[in-house]
Design a binder for this molecule. Structure first.
Ligand SMILES: [Zn+2]
Length: 257
C-alpha cells in the first residue's frame, strides 16, 4: 500500500533533531511520498536540501506562509522567488501560501505576498497548496484570474457550501488526522469525491484528541487517516490508498516509485 503525506513541514524546528528517525518511521509505515511545505526563505532552502537527501520520497513545495509575512526580512520575498525560479526543476508546488482572516493586521501584506506567489506558480506552471482559514470563498473568487491548472486547498473544513464550488472548479482538498475524530471534517470527506482527495498530516501540528493524544505528529499517522476515509466512504482501505496515490501522481505530476 502506497501512503501519501501531501502536506507536512519537515523543516520545522520541532523535527530538526530526529528527521532521519521520522523518515524511517514513515517508510516503515508505507509512506512513499512526502510533500514538505516551506513557510519562509530558511525553510525553502532546508526543504530543497531534504528533497536532495531523500530523493523520490521527499518533494519540496516552496513559498511564504501567510503567518510569516509580518516577519519577512528585507528582500526575503524576492530571494524566495529567485530561489524557486533557480530550482524550478526540483520544486513540485508553490506552498504553503494563502490568506488567514485571523491575522487582520497583516491583511494587506498577506494579499500582496499571496498574489506574487500565485503569479509565480502561473509563470512556472506549478500547482499551488493553499491555506485558506476563513478565506476560502474569497480565494476561490481570486483564483480564476490566474492560469492555475492544479489547486490544493489544504485542511479544507468550512464553509460546507464552498466545497461544491471548489469541486466544480476541479480543485483538490487534503485532509489529515481530524478525519478520525472531527464530525465537520468527516462530513467534508463524505461529500467530496475520492478523486479530489489527498491525505496530509500538516505535522508538526499536534492533534490532542484520541487516537493521537498530543504526541509528536508523524507522517506515519497517514495510515489512520486512510482507514478513517475508508470507513466514511464505506470502501476498502486498499481502494482508498490506491486512489489517493493516483491523485497524488496526477496533481503533482510525479511518478511514484
Ligand atoms: Zn501547513
Amino acid at each position: 500500500m502506497k501512503l501519501i503525506d501531501a502536506h507536512v513541514h519537515l523543516s520545522d524546528a520541532e523535527y530538526a533533531d530526529h528527521i532521519d528517525e521520522l523518515i524511517a518511521d514513515a517508510k516503515n509505515a508505507g509512506v512513499t511520498a512526502l510533500v514538505t511545505n516551506s513557510v519562509d526563505l530558511k525553510t525553502c532552502q532546508s526543504d530543497l536540501e531534504l528533497s536532495e537527501k531523500y530523493p523520490n520520497l521527499v518533494y519540496p513545495a516552496l513559498g511564504i506562509h501567510p503567518w510569516n509575512v509580518n516577519v519577512l526580512k528585507e528582500n526575503e520575498l524576492e530571494q524566495v522567488i529567485d530561489l524557486i525560479q533557480k530550482n524550478k526543476n526540483m520544486v513540485k508546488a508553490i506552498g504553503e501560501i494563502g490568506l488567514d482572516s485571523k491575522y487582520e493586521t497583516t491583511w494587506e501584506k498577506q494579499t500582496m505576498v499571496f498574489e506574487k506567489m500565485l503569479h509565480l506558480a502561473e509563470s512556472l506552471d506549478l500547482p499551488v497548496i493553499i491555506h485558506s482559514r476563513g478565506t476560502t470563498d474569497k480565494i476561490i473568487d481570486m483564483l480564476p484570474s490566474y492560469h492555475l491548472k492544479r489547486v490544493l486547498l489544504h485542511w479544507f473544513s468550512y464553509p460546507m457550501s464552498t466545497l461544491q464550488r471548489a469541486m466544480d472548479n476541479g480543485y483538490f482538498i487534503s485532509e489529515g488526522p481530524p478525519a478520525t475524530y472531527s464530525n465537520g471534517i468527516r462530513e467534508v470527506i463524505e461529500k467530496a469525491p475520492l478523486t479530489n482527495l489527498l491525505t496530509e498530516t500538516d505535522g508538526p501540528v499536534k492533534y490532542w484528541k484520541s487516537p493521537y493524544n498530543g504526541q509528536l505528529t508523524k507522517p506515519s499517522f497517514i495510515r489512520s487517516v486512510i482507514e478513517a476515509i475508508a470507513e466514511i466512504k464505506k470502501t476498502q482501505v486498499d481502494n482508498v490508498a490506491e486512489q489517493i496515490a493516483q491523485n497524488f501522481e496526477v496533481f503533482f505530476n510525479i511518478k511514484l516509485i
